[in-house]
Ligand binder design. Structure first.
Ligand code: FAD
Length: 455
């Protein structure tokens, strides 16, 4: 009997436990991807282009067997099951709020045919790492210790004698016009091999430097599952650089991804609501998050703060932004412009190729001071000194802000101090950081007071 392999965030051939399970069901395997209009609409053009590219590469590695259908999964999956008389439907367990609800709905439509979940997009499935008392971790460091102690399985082998089910029609997907994007398993594995050889050893030293190409840029691949973190962890363990400081730090970053997925698993409502209630009653500017000139200037990289603007322009041109700069621009929106973090998170999800609700929304909450870990609200990033420290020669700013290309060295972080610094059309600062920092603290104190003692 044919087994359906319903692919979602696991667009690869290797190290895919759900594929192994589908094969072990005993018959042919029909791999299917359902282009869900709800997810396509929320993805943004950059992410849709990467998804389309990942599916094209997947189809090549599956020997042309992948069937793509457009529609609601709760209609398309049962339809396909009936079409081929499938005996089981196999998935990687989904852990986001939308995915979990969707899978429950699909499961209910399948009657006798089981929806079998094997593996997740994480080294350790969300919900599995627990405190001694069985409760979830709230803070990263103890989670990461327990996560390492828990350990993870070896990468799954490729099934022996895999047989694809053929002859099922795909439906045409309304992709945006062709974008020049490469994404997929072969691309991910090549990028990973290059990073492992050339950058892992120095990752601990260079990872905070947006002017250097020092991070893996694998986030989009982890997002779509064109590589699995288990594969990466096994490769690190087997590599000569795997015991060094760079590797230790890199594994910690992978663990942040797992931590945020775990937090979201336990607290699904925290996708779009403050995780902690510390800032309940906070007075925010621009309640719609998209109405004020300030927010538009932030979105378009015209705040007059070069490090912030370089980051926002990198986002718009590349669909990616360096982690250090993500923290600084997020802090600027929340604490200099006093806008609720959810508006920034939504904008990021629309423009990031790696846009991921767990890492993104909890990254925003961390910066805002409403999320996990003691990242207190009163720790406000200074966009000038952050730039001077992490882009010491100003190369990052000059790469993305051509109006400042003539300003040499680190002076580019304060072009208003250079005689002709603003002569090429770079804008004046839209707010005074020092004053807005104090205003943020005032709002914070007021919110705390309105929450009462202990609030
Ligand atoms: C406000 C904000 C929003 C963010 N939004 C996203 C998002 O939508 N999607 C996303 O994948 N990451 C997000 N991050 C985390 C981080 O910025 C990116 O994962 C990282 O910049 C991706 O680049 P890289 O692959 O070169 O990372 P590397 O430095 O090479 O790290 C390797 C991998 O570890 C994981 N990782 C690294 N840092 C973090 C982190 N702080 N939190 C969670 N996982 C991490 C990622 O999967 C990353 O690909 C966000 C961070 C902040 C502060």
């Amino acid at each position: 009997m044919t087994a359906l392999l319903w692919l979602r965030r696991d667009l690869r051939l290797h190290d895919l436990p759900a594929l192994l399970a589908a094969h072990e069901a005993g018959g042919e395997v029909l791999p299917v991807f359902v282009a869900d209009p709800v997810l396509l609409a929320s993805a943004g053009a950059v992410r849709r282009a990467h998804l389309a590219a990942a599916l094209a590469e997947l189809d090549e590695s599956y020997d042309g067997a992948v069937v793509v259908r457009v529609g609601r999964p709760e209609e398309e999956i049962p339809r396909l099951v009936r079409e081929v008389g499938a005996g089981s439907v196999h998935v990687s367990r989904e852990t986001t709020p939308y995915g979990r609800n969707r899978d429950e709905r699909v499961g209910r439509t399948l009657d006798e045919v089981p929806l079998v979940a094997t593996g997740t997009p994480y080294a350790v499935g969300p919900g599995l790492v627990r405190k001694a008392d069985g409760g979830p971790f709230q803070v990263f460091t103890p989670f990461s210790r327990a996560w390492r102690e828990h350990g993870w399985p070896r990468p799954a082998p490729l099934p022996d004698g895999l047989r694809w089910h053929r002859g099922v029609e795909s439906s045409p997907v309304p992709w945006d016009e062709e974008a020049d994007v490469r994404c997929g398993e072969a691309t991910a594995l090549a990028r990973w091999a290059d990073f492992l050889e050339n950058d892992l050893a120095d990752y601990g030293r260079d990872r905070d430097r947006p002017d250097l190409d020092a991070t893996s840029q694998l986030s989009v691949h982890l997002k779509y599952g064109t590589i699995h973190p288990r594969t990466m962890l096994a490769d690190i363990a087997a590599h000569p650089a795997g015991r060094g400081e760079g590797a230790r730090r890199f594994v910690t970053e992978l663990c942040w991804r797992e931590f945020y997925a775990d937090v979201l698993w336990h607290r699904p409502e925290s996708a779009w609501a403050d995780l902690r209630e510390d800032l309940r009653g906070m007075e925010y500017a621009d309640p719609d998050g998209d109405a004020s000139d300030h927010v538009h200037a932030w979105q378009e990289g015209r705040t007059g703060y070069p490090f912030v603007d370089a980051g926002m322009r990198q986002l718009l041109t590349e669909g990616w932004m360096h982690n250090r700069v993500r923290m600084v621009v997020a802090s600027f929106l929340v604490k200099d412009l006093h806008v609720w973090w959810g508006h920034g998170a939504r904008y990021f999800l629309e423009h990031l190729r790696d846009g991921d609700v767990a890492s993104n929304n909890h990254g925003w909450q961390w910066v805002a001071g409403t999320g996990t870990d003691p990242a207190p609200y009163f720790r406000v990033f200074n966009p000038i000194t952050q730039g001077e420290r992490f882009d010491p020669d100003g190369a990052y700013v000059r790469r993305y802000v051509p109006e400042l290309a003539h300003v040499p060295g680190r002076a580019v972080h304060q072009p208003w101090t250079v005689p002709d610094g603003l002569s090429n059309g770079y804008p004046e600062r839209i707010v005074d950081h020092a004053a807005e920092r104090l205003e943020a603290l005032r709002r914070y104190e007021a919110a705390k007071a309105s929450n009462g003692p202990g609030g």
